[in-house]
Design a protein around this ligand. Structure first.
Ligand code: PLP
Length: 406
């Protein structure tokens, strides 16, 4: 099974009956998607080869404009990965040694890792058990529990829009304003997800904080052919600073105003992403439709042992379709594997329990909702090209597991 960082997302004969009645349903298969756009992809990559412009340039600028427009914000800066999008945002915000940054402990490692890498300390706030996103009530408690003398060190909040649904942003933005904090959205899994404010305003993931961080890792809804990422912002000064930071802090070339790094996106990746962006809404609609099918089929099947994902915010883009399995999650996973159904646990260990974060001094029991999520969640295949038969087969296999005395 493909793991993060070691990825292959084509299992070839994905729709083949092996022996008895085993239907192969990989967690993700990008081959069909590629077949449908292959000619266009080959054509734009040839353009890049012919131009011999590999670093930044017109293909990157074109993608940046399109992503800014898609996310309904003013500017976008192409970077080398989603991880680097988080890192460069914190660096640009001036977050550094000894500072505190609030985030969720139930997320991909890069969220907490980027905070630690700039020398700051992650302050974890437990999640809402139904949405898996940071719980706004616990956010208030976390801020109040920071000692008065340490309050000035608190510089930023990094909400995560996990699995493709935005965090509850209104209380986050309100608290940030009250305490003068910068908001860096980890929107790596949430391109095109929407959040509705109480006054009816609708904003897209990445357009609400000072910085919106996106990943184009191949398994995200908009995936590159390698690593790539993007930072969005509505602030013209931050936009200029981000571009400087991406090229070793130089402006003009060889005159270094700030200490940046090499965080550039490849022109090749940008060219391919521009092609794929045209189809993103179509693919996302496919995921949303698949989620609807799962709900319908699970209800008909009457599987009581699992909980389906809660759709709370405006537009969930289903980067993952994550069910909660109250008992025997790992046994179910093994059973599904034997039936040819790919699944994954996002994430088996919360950040406060990671070996590398033990120095933060958290106890295992400090974030009970995150711990429960880590031991009960299971991601099912949700990619757009799944067939109705495959979805039926996944539901039927889960029903079989629970109805055969497990
Ligand atoms: C994928 C992901 C990242 C990191 O993106 P990369 O492009 O793999 O570096 C960061 N945060 C979250 C929540 C992610 O899912």
């Amino acid at each position: 099974m493909a793991r993060h960082g070691e990825a292959s997302f084509g299992e070839g004969n994905d729709f083949v009956k092996k022996g008895g009645n085993t239907l192969k349903v990989p967690l993700l298969d990008l081959r069909k998607q590629f077949e449908s756009i292959k000619d266009e992809v080959v054509a734009v990559t040839e353009q890049v080869y012919e131009s011999q412009q590999f670093i930044l340039g017109p293909k990157v600028e074109d993608l940046e404009q399109k992503i800014a427009e898609y996310c309904r914000c003013k500017y976008a800066v192409g970077v080398s990965s989603g991880t680097d999008a988080l890192l460069i945002s914190l660096m640009t915000a001036g977050v550094g040694s000894g500072d505190l940054v609030i985030t969720s402990p139930y997320t991909f490692f890069a969220t907490g890792g980027s905070i630690a890498r700039v020398g700051a300390k992650p302050v974890f706030v437990d999640i809402d058990e139904h949405t898996y996103n940071m719980d706004p009530e616990k956010l208030e408690e976390a801020v109040s529990s920071i000692k008065r003398k340490d309050r000035p060190k608190l510089k930023a909040i990094m909400p995560v829009h996990l699995f493709g649904q935005t965090a509850d942003m209104e209380p986050v933005l309100e608290l940030a304003k009250r305490h003068g904090l910068c908001v860096v959205e980890d929107a790596a899994q949430a391109i095109g997800a929407e959040y509705e404010f109480k006054d009816g305003a609708i904003r897209r993931a990445g357009s609400m904080g000072e910085y919106g961080c996106f990943s184009f890792f191949p398994s995200k809804n908009l995936g590159a052919f390698g690593d790539a990422g993007m930072v969005t912002t509505n602030d013209a000064d931050l936009y200029e600073r981000l571009k400087m930071m991406r090229g070793h802090g130089a402006k003009p070339k060889y005159f270094h105003k700030i200490i940046g790094g090499n965080f550039r996106i490849d022109a090749l990746q940008a060219a391919i992403l521009s092609v794929k962006l045209k189809y993103l809404d179509h693919w996302t609609k496919g995921r949303i439709e698949n989620a609807r099918r799962y709900r319908e089929l699970f209800q008909t099947a009457g599987v009581k042992e699992i909980t389906l994902p809660l759709e709370k915010e405006k537009r969930h883009i289903y980067n993952q379709f994550v069910i909660k399995v109250r008992h025997k999650r790992d046994e179910l996973r093994k059973f599904l594997d034997s039936k040819g159904v790919g699944t994954e646990v996002y994430y088996p260990v919360s950040l406060h329990n990671q070996e590398c974060f033990q120095y933060l001094g958290y106890g295992n029991g400090d974030f009970p909702a995150s711990n429960r999520a880590a031991s009960t969640t299971l991601a099912l295949p949700i990619f757009s090209e799944l067939t109705a038969d495959q979805i039926f087969y996944v539901v039927d296999s889960i029903k079989e597991f629970f109805s055969t005395g497990h």
